[in-house]
Design a protein. Structure first.
Length: 216
């Protein structure tokens, strides 16, 4: 009796029939298949990439803020004040100078915060591993300043800071820079879903509000 696994493997073998062979020893390794697509579709201009990232994030209904490293603390303090944030979750490794002007209560995550606790906080702030301009995507991999995945999936308000040197053009350029063994969260705008009538509902699977601060 054929199983679903047998069916899947048979389809993979059929798809590899046109892969070049090596001296009759069988199909080539998957890594040798031709990949003649463009690695990116935009010029390699850092300023233009940041502009494109901001445009695509805004199209996904994220709130995008352009600023500099020096002006970031004042911007973060204003965003938290405008939101009415009282308790802010901070991950390990978050740069200490980011929140020097913030007057909110900071709740550092030591690994013990539960989903129940995080439901009662107002906001979370993180950095990121990198951002992809073409798709308007931010990638977190639990590195320093990013914290556990739980931190950015439960609170209703997420502020993410993206440095200028973390913006890349495309997914093919970004993937080799990520460690596949690390847990990753790919974010393109606030959490949202639509029903069959295309009524959009935000905040179903994560933060209802995503604010992205891009450092120029």
């Amino acid at each position: 009796m054929n199983t679903a696994r047998d069916t899947v493997l048979a389809r993979i073998r059929a798809a590899l029939t046109d892969v070049p062979h090596h001296a009759g020893t069988g199909p080539a390794e998957p890594g040798t298949a031709a990949r003649d697509y463009l690695p990116a579709h935009v010029p390699d201009d850092p300023a233009a990439l940041r502009d494109l990232l901001a445009e695509n994030l805004a199209d996904y209904r994220a709130h995008v803020h352009r600023t500099t490293a020096g002006a970031l603390p004042a911007l973060l303090a204003r965003l938290l004040d405008d939101r009415g944030t009282r308790v802010l979750v901070t991950p390990p490794g978050l740069p200490t100078d980011w929140l020097t002007l913030a007057t909110v209560e900071q709740l550092p995550d030591d690994g013990s915060l539960t989903a129940h606790t995080l439901e009662s906080v107002d906001s979370v702030i993180t950095g990121c591993a990198l951002a992809i301009a073409e798709t308007g995507t931010i990638v977190l991999d639990t590195g320093p300043g990013q914290g556990r995945r739980l931190l950015t999936l439960v609170p209703d308000h997420h502020i993410c800071v993206v440095r200028a040197d973390q913006v890349f053009a495309s997914v093919p350029q970004a993937l080799p820079l990520l460690d596949p063994a690390r847990p990753q969260t790919w974010i393109s705008g606030p959490s949202a879903t639509s029903d069959i009538e295309l009524d959009r509902v935000e905040g179903v699977h994560g933060p209802r509000t995503l604010e992205v601060c891009i450092l120029d």
